[in-house]
Design a protein around this ligand. Structure first.
Ligand code: PEP
Ligand code: MN
Length: 359
């Protein structure tokens, strides 16, 4: 089993004493690969603690000298990059408020050009995978060899369980596009409070993430930023002890055989599902042609209510959750509507696009 990379340390570097105490305790655990501390803090509102600035870089250098831990900090401008380089910072991460800004990303990428440093790119605050991917491309294009991604969740207007929504399907899609690029989870910024760190970290490990970045502070309640989500070094050790690190693969022949058999069953069901969906869509297209002849609206609310009610009832008998069946049926419904729309408004759409072409 390849042990996941663990990056830990305070949200912000606040004082030499806080940084050194924290780093020494973390180094003693023997479980930490790199020490993180924010030097320049991008705060939502002015007047909050905006970081100690370059002075704190001396403390990071000292951490490296005294503990041997690699050091990591956030960079958001070219000046940050140059300053961090002066003090031998090993890992520079790009924060969620920066990775979604192509100008900033390009500025940082240019400053990093030809430099041998590890760069970790956090997902942008908004759930836009292309922006995240674009940020990655800018860093890759200037020749950085060691690039990783950090999943820190996405902000949302609604106040939900977690401060930033994990939307796990987005990092999974990034991993599909970039299978060789490590994906690290930042449960601290997803959670926003201490209580969900374990469940988020475990989920990330179960999804085969390559590492975790966790905020640790000697006295979390007194922290100058993100105090609700930080934990003490002792709590950090307890958290790691509770996590189940699983193997990616097994060499047990019987296990492999059973797994292959079960996967063959799944593949078979998937084939059937796709074939059935094809048949279903063919029938809805036929309905579209009838509706067109009779000049009837595509969406008939009663019919949709009837379909979803029936599906939910059947789903509960088949031990499927209402949430799941709603997502599946909504997707099917939208596809049917799109198909019927294409049939019923065929001439209209072509005229419109001709109109558009002429402009
Ligand atoms: C941080 O890591 O302290 C930080 C500011 O993170 P993010 O960019 O994910 O908000
Ligand atoms: Mn933080």
């Amino acid at each position: 089993m390849k042990a996941p990379m663990i990056i830990a340390g305070p949200c912000s570097a606040e004082s030499e004493e806080q940084v050194m105490n924290c780093a020494k305790e973390l180094a003693q655990t023997g479980r930490v690969n790199a020490f993180r501390a924010g030097i320049w803090k991008p705060r939502t509102r002015p007047g909050s603690y905006e970081g100690i600035g370059s002075e704190g870089l001396k403390w990071l250098k000292q951490v490296k000298q005294e503990t041997g831990l690699r050091t990591a900090t956030e960079v958001a401008t070219e000046k940050h990059v140059y300053e961090a380089l002066k003090y031998g910072v090993d890992i520079m991460w790009i924060g969620a408020r920066t990775s979604g800004n192509p100008f900033s990303m390009q500025e940082i990428a240019n400053a990093l050009s030809g430099i041998d440093v590890t760069v970790l790119i956090k997902n942008p605050v908004n759930p836009d995978i292309e922006l995240w991917y674009g940020a990655f491309e800018r860093i890759q294009k200037v020749g950085i060899q060691n690039i990783g991604l950090i999943h820190r969740g996405f902000s949302s207007y609604e106040k939900l369980r977690y401060k930033n929504q994990p939307l796990w399907q987005l990092p999974i899609e990034m991993k599909r596009r970039l299978p060789d690029i490590p994906m690290i989870c930042d449960p601290s910024h997803i959670s926003g409070t201490r209580e969900y760190l374990l469940e988020i970290s475990q989920k990330a490990l179960d999804l085969d993430y390559d590492g975790l970045m966790i905020e640790v502070h000697p006295t979390p309640d007194l922290a100058l930023s993100d105090s609700n989500q930080q934990i003490t070094p002792l709590e950090f050790v307890k958290l790691l002890e509770q996590l189940k690190f699983r193997d990616r693969n097994s060499t047990d022949k019987n296990f492999i055989h059973v797994l292959e058999e079960l996967r063959a069953q799944v593949d078979n069901f998937d084939d059937n599902l796709i074939e059935l969906l094809g048949h279903r869509m063919a029938v809805t297209k036929q309905i579209g042609r009838y509706k067109k002849d009779e000049n009837i609206t595509i969406l008939q609310k009663n019919r949709w209510d009837e379909i979803i009610c029936r599906a939910e009832q059947k789903a509960s008998m088949a031990n499927l959750s209402k949430e799941f069946i709603d997502i599946v049926f909504n997707a099917i419904h939208i596809e049917s509507i799109n198909n019927q729309n294409a049939i019923m408004n065929n001439s209209l759409l072509t005229n419109e696009s001709k109109e558009f072409d002429r402009k």
